[in-house]
Each structure stands twice: as structure tokens, then as C-alpha cells.
Ligand binder design. Structure first.
Ligand code: PLP
Length: 599
């Protein structure tokens, strides 16, 4: 809450004047995760007498944010930590960031490649970056040989193998013989033979595979790593210059706290068990074939960065709890059909007998008949409203009313939690204050977009509602989006993939971001960077609109209409974020009496 206050308070009052929603990044947490991963492998290697070392890479696709990548490179310096890229843009990013990183850190080039991608990767070797071009498709070997010769750079080549081991969860489609990526056994052999013919078998140094994200258990992991280690040993036997096995991503995290391999939102192991299983499977396979232990590389993304950020957003209003006031209904009895009137009297009779089931049955029947009458034109709006209120009252009295309320949140699910919308991924969501008060209301979260999918109604507890506090003032519209007196929720563990995948549905762009580091002692912090979220002008520009031209057209029209004094407000709207921001009073002030303004 201290961070929210600091971020959202006006600049003149010591705050940073940012609008919600807000991503709070904690680089200290990121450092801790990287050290935990490195420590787990170091421990497994030492305790199992493994005769080489671990050297991880961060797959930048998990979150390409400049400061995250720079942090990973900086925190990874003592451990030869590197980066993984899957496209030309990611490669450029990784190349430039690794110039400041460890000389030995790998630059793993995955993804489908054209001649330009391969050339860039070769240039990276000339820049003395420890670059490995990983073949995802058989044809890429031709490109690598050709471009390597043209540029006079001997490539270091890896191969991504398509394993037989298959992971059954959502992310398992990456794996198995029919998986989208990698080389089949026959292709692995053909590539090795081709490189041998070209006198380049020594360039083949790395074997890569990726079973899929969120690998559910160490049993499946060990199975996959064991299979890959056999391929590795076979490539050694065929004379390749093998020295690295890259076990891909897949180190899962425990979103729901169950530590269960059977939960869609968890995995049945921790970082240490993961590292122990990887090291053991490679060691056993290599020892059996008297093969020198390779360097172990992993491409953990989710496990490295999910924890480092919290998305904070505000509930601005909620549907009211049911307290229907039933208007006197006698006025409408006259207008009802005979059947509907019979239902009405039957409700009364059932209520007197306390037969609630029959009561609701007649009530629903009455409602259906009234809707039909309304559609025909024989009942008015007042009649329909009256019967709705009656039914709501009865539902409440008989205990059959759905008590779950809808909290309207100043957020776009499509922008900030796309994996909930796309694949039903659940994240821990909790209020970040009022933690000494029992949350008494059940609610679902409904976002700002005009799309019925823009809601969160499944939670890591397995329930379809969240325990929330009553909004002050009963809930109707008391939030103000500017951090003063609102109700704030945090979504945790969303640091990986959500920002990179999020779209701009309804032109809601990315949230504001602050970076918070621990300063002196555990209770003090410093905001070391603050970046406002995308403004209306910026999101419009992303869709090829030209805010300056748009503004000029509006200014011109405003002058013609004699309201030039309101133009300043329009200008300001282009600069503000598309999310809810202002109280009624400050919104009015934004437009009234602020002159021409300009974009
Ligand atoms: N490497 C490759 C090739 C991937 O496709 C992925 C993601 O699916 C990763 C690494 C990162 O996986 P994770 O986030 O599960 O660690």
C-alpha cells in the first residue's frame, strides 16, 4: 500500500502521479530466484559428483522488458548466465544486452530462422558472444553452412530434438513425436551425417529439447531428460563435438500452493528436486556410455521471473447486495393473463404454507409469462420491473439467490491477464490491504472491456468467487482510480508471459510500472524507476492513427462550434491513460476553463 500511495499521489504531494493499474517490479525477488536456480543446480552437481557445471539462460520471450533482461544479465554475471532468443528482434535485444554480460554466457538462438537471422547470429559470434544456433528444422542446416562460409564464421550448432516423451498437460503439445518443433530421430541423424560430409561435425556442440512449460512431475522430467541424454551420447559416438545439453524450459511453479502434479495450477516438485532430477538423469546416461559429463544449460523462464512482479488494480464499484424493495403489485394483477394471475395467487398460497420450492416454481413461471406479455405489448416497463423485484425478493427469502457479487475492476483481462482468458490459467489474487478485516463478500471480477470474456471467475482456491471486502459506501462507484481511498487487489506470479502476450482490446494499453528495491533494512524501500502506462495517444498511434492530426481535426471542429475553451480537456485526454482515472470533479476541471491546450 505504501508503494501504491507513493506511485499514485500527485507529483506536487510527493507522489509520482501515476495512474493505475500498476505493475510493481521487485528486482530483489528476481535476484533471489536466479540465485535459487543456480544454487539448486550447484548443489545437485556437487552432491552427485557431476563432472561439469550448470549455465542457465533466460528465454527473453517470457518478458522482454528492457529492465528485466538487464537485471537478469547483471544478476547472472557471476554465474555465466546467458539469454535465449526466438526471433530476430529478440536476438538483437539479447546481443546488445549480453555485450554487458558474462563473456561465457550462452546466447541460444532458437525459433524458425531465415538467412538474416542466421547471419545475425554469426555476427554475434564475431562480437565474441558465446552464440549457439539451434536448428529447429532440418533445412536450417543448409542456411547455417552457407551463411557461415559466406561470412567466414565457423558456426557453433545445436539441434533441437523431438523427444518421444510427452507431457499430458496444456503445454504438452510442444512435446512428443507429433510436437510442433524439433528434429525427428531420422532428421537428427541426417543432419549429423550432412555436417560430417561438410567436415563440420565438430561445430555440432549442443543438444536441446523442450518438453513443454509447467512439467508436472520429476518422473516425467527424468524420463524426458534421460531420453535426450541418450541422443546426446549417440551424437558423441557419431563424432560430434558435443559439450552442452540444454534441457529447455518447463521448470514449473506452484500457483495454487497445492504442490500437486495433478493440479493444472501447480507442479509436484520444487527447484531443488528439479535440478536433482536433471543432473541425475544426465549423469546416469553418460556414465553408462562412458561419455564425459556435458555442461547443463536450462531455459527456465516462468520459474525465474513469475515472482518478481505484482499487478495492482482497483475495484471501482460492485453490484449491490440484494435488497429489493418490492413495489405494491396489486396494480398489475388486472393486466395479467388468467394463467399468470393464477401463478401470482399460487405464490402467495405456497408462501403461507412455507413451501419454498413451489413458491420459486410459480415465481419463475410468472416471470416467464410476464416476459411473453411484455414482448406482445400487453405489459408495461413498470409491470416487468415489479415482477423482477418480486422474484428477487422471493429468491432471497428462500435462500436461492446467487449471493456472488460482481466487482468492476479498473483493468483489462486481455491486456494484463491474457492467460486467464486464453488458457484458463489461474493466478493468486488477493486484496493488498484491509488484511486485518475478514472479507465477508463473495465476488467475481469484471473488467473494463466491453467483452463478456473480460472477467475473472475462477480462482486458485478452486472456487468460482473470491473472498472480498465490502466496498466503502456499499459499493456503487466509490472508487476513483487515483489511489485515494479505493479498494486495491494484487495479482501475483504474473511476471512471465502476461505482459508479452497481452493485447490492446478496446485500446487499453499496458499498466504503469514502478521498480521497487529494498533500501535500508527490511521495512524501507525506494522506487528506483517509474514509467507511466501507455496514453490514449500512444495506443491510438499503435493502430496507425495520428494523434496530432486527430487533435487538430477536433480543435478545428470545436472552434467552429464555439467551444474552443473545452479543447484543453481533449488534449489532456490524449495524454492520459485509457483506464478509469478521474473523479467527476477533476474530470470536469480537466475540461472547463483550461483554454486551448495542444497535443
Ligand atoms: N525454451 C523454449 C524453447 C520454450 O518454448 C519455452 C516456453 O515454452 C521456454 C524455454 C520457457 O519455458 P518455461 O517458461 O516453462 O521455463
Amino acid at each position: 500500500m505504501k508503494v501504491v500511495k507513493k506511485a499514485t499521489e500527485a507529483k506536487g504531494c510527493g507522489g509520482l502521479g501515476l495512474q493505475l493499474p500498476l505493475i510493481v517490479r521487485f528486482p530483489d525477488v528476481l535476484k533471489n530466484r536466479l540465485e535459487a536456480l543456480q544454487g539448486a543446480f550447484d548443489f545437485a552437481i556437487q552432491s552427485q559428483g557431476y563432472d561439469s557445471h550448470y549455465q542457465g539462460v533466460y528465454p527473453v520471450k517470457c518478458n522482454q522488458d528492457r529492465f528485466i533482461v538487464e537485471d537478469v544479465v547483471e544478476f547472472g554475471l557471476p554465474y555465466r548466465f546467458g539469454l535465449e532468443a526466438g526471433s530476430k528482434a529478440e536476438l538483437l535485444l539479447a546481443m546488445s544486452c549480453l555485450c554487458k554480460g558474462s563473456q561465457d554466457g550462452f546466447l541460444i538462438c532458437n525459433g524458425y530462422k531465415d538467412a538474416e537471422y542466421v547471419s545475425l547470429a554469426l555476427v554475434a559470434r564475431r562480437l565474441q558472444l558465446n552464440t549457439v544456433i539451434v536448428l529447429e528444422q532440418e533445412e536450417e542446416v543448409d542456411l547455417v553452412i552457407e551463411m557461415g562460409r559466406k561470412l567466414g564464421v565457423p558456426p557453433v550448432i545445436g539441434m533441437r530434438a523431438k523427444l518421444r516423451t510427452k507431457h499430458a498437460g496444456h503445454f504438452g503439445s510442444t512435446s512428443g513425436e507429433k510436437g510442433k518443433f524439433g528434429l525427428t530421430t531420422a532428421q537428427v541423424l541426417r543432419v549429423a551425417k550432412r555436417l560430417e560430409r561438410e567436415g563440420m561435425l565438430d561445430c555440432l556442440q549442443l543438444l536441446h529439447f523442450h518438453i513443454g512449460s509447467q512439467i508436472p512431475s520429476t518422473a516425467l522430467l527424468a524420463d524426458g531428460v534421460g531420453e535426450a541424454a541418450q541422443i546426446y551420447c549417440e551424437l558423441v559416438r557419431l563424432g560430434a563435438g558435443m559439450r552442452v545439453i540444454d534441457v529447455g524450459g518447463g521448470l514449473g511453479i506452484d500457483y495454487d500452493g497445492s504442490r500437486s502434479p495433478n493440479s493444472d495450477n501447480s507442479v509436484g516438485y520444487g527447484v531443488q528436486e528439479y535440478a536433482a532430477a536433471v543432473v541425475q538423469s544426465i549423469r546416469l546416461a553418460c556414465d553408462r556410455k562412458f561419455v564425459k559429463h556435458p555442461i547443463i544449460c536450462s531455459e527456465s523462464g516462468r520459474a525465474l521471473i513469475s515472482h518478481h512482479s505484482v499487478l495492482i488494480f482497483e475495484a471501482v464499484s460492485a453490484t449491490k447486495g440484494a435488497s429489493p424493495a418490492v413495489p405494491p403489485l396489486d396494480f398489475f394483477i388486472e393486466s395479467l393473463t388468467d394463467d399468470a394471475r393464477a401463478d401470482y395467487f399460487n405464490i402467495r398460497a405456497a408462501a403461507i404454507k412455507e413451501d419454498y420450492e413451489m413458491c420459486m416454481l410459480y415465481a419463475n413461471q410468472l416471470k416467464d409469462r410476464c416476459v411473453d406479455q411484455f414482448k406482445e405489448g400487453s405489459l408495461g416497463l413498470e409491470h416487468l420491473a415489479g415482477v423482477d423485484s418480486l422474484c428477487e425478493l422471493l429468491a432471497k427469502a428462500t435462500g436461492s439467490l446467487d449471493q456472488v457479487r460482481t466487482y468492476h475492476v479498473n483493468l483489462s483481462v486481455f491486456t494484463s491477464v491474457p492467460d486467464f482468458w486464453g488458457i484458463g490459467q489461474q493466478f493468486p489474487i488477493v486484496p493488498i490491504h484491509k488484511l486485518d478485516q475478514r472479507p465477508m463478500v463473495k465476488g467475481i471480477l469484471s473488467d473494463l472491456t466491453c467483452d463478456s470474456d473480460g472477467k475473472i471467475d475462477k480462482f486458485i482456491t478452486g472456487e468460482s468467487s473470491l473472498a472480498l471486502h465490502e466496498l466503502e459506501g456499499g459499493g456503487e462507484g466509490n472508487g476513483n482510480g487515483n489511489g485515494n481511498g479505493g479498494y486495491y487487489l494484487g495479482m501475483f506470479l504474473g511476471g512471465a508471459y502476461q505482459e508479452a502476450l497481452g493485447g490492446m482490446h478496446n485500446l487499453f494499453g499496458g499498466p504503469s510500472v514502478v521498480r521497487v528495491a529494498q533500501s535500508d533494512g527490511p521495512h524501507s524501500f525506494a522506487v528506483t524507476r517509474a514509467v507511466p502506462g501507455l496514453s490514449c495517444g500512444e495506443v491510438l498511434r499503435a493502430m496507425q492513427h495520428e494523434p496530432e492530426v486527430m487533435f487538430e481535426a477536433l480543435r478545428h471542429r470545436a472552434e467552429e462550434c464555439g467551444i474552443a475553451a473545452l479543447v484543453g480537456g481533449i488534449a489532456r485526454s490524449f495524454h492520459n491513460m485509457p483506464y478509469l482515472s478521474a473523479t467527476n470533479a477533476s474530470a470536469a476541471a480537466m475540461f472547463v476553463g483550461c483554454g486551448n491546450g495542444c497535443y
